[in-house]
Design a protein around this ligand. Sequence first.
Ligand code: INI
Length: 157
Amino acid sequence: MPPEIHGTLNADGVRFAIVVARFNSFITDRLLAGALDALRRHGAADEGVTIVRVPGSFEIPPVARRLAQSGKFDAVLCLGCVIRGQTPHFEHVAGEAARGVGRVALETGVPTAFGILTCDTLEQAIERAGSKAGNKGADAAMTAIEMVNVYRKIDAM
Ligand code: INI
């Protein structure tokens, strides 16, 4: 069998930054709670986690980039919620947030997880923030942990 790399889900000693939008905080507070719960359950210490609040999802990528470039964090989690009904600018805010987070991950080489909901309705957002469709903040945390460990294994080859 060829060698295969798997990222473990061990967050012990890993330094995380979480950028969370205040817009739609009813939802994003729940994404943050889900992310923190997942990080703790996989061994992250609270002292290893830094939370940065920003006004809206549009502001997430530049702050995520600053954090990733600082060298102080092993992974960055991006949490926000964009709901179509609330703005004619939905496409712009959602598009910039998604493109921006992707660019941060590529340009900095720091694992950067996309936990920004882009929903048509508030109900869809509620479903993804700790009810019947799970918690996308927790999913982003798991992704970040796995990616940190994938990168570490690649670097150690
Ligand atoms: N920001 C969000 O995170 N979600 C939204 O649904 C949203 N809407 O609907 O407008 C939103 N707008 C604010 C935007 O992210 C910026 O903070 C604002 O444009 C200032 O740059």
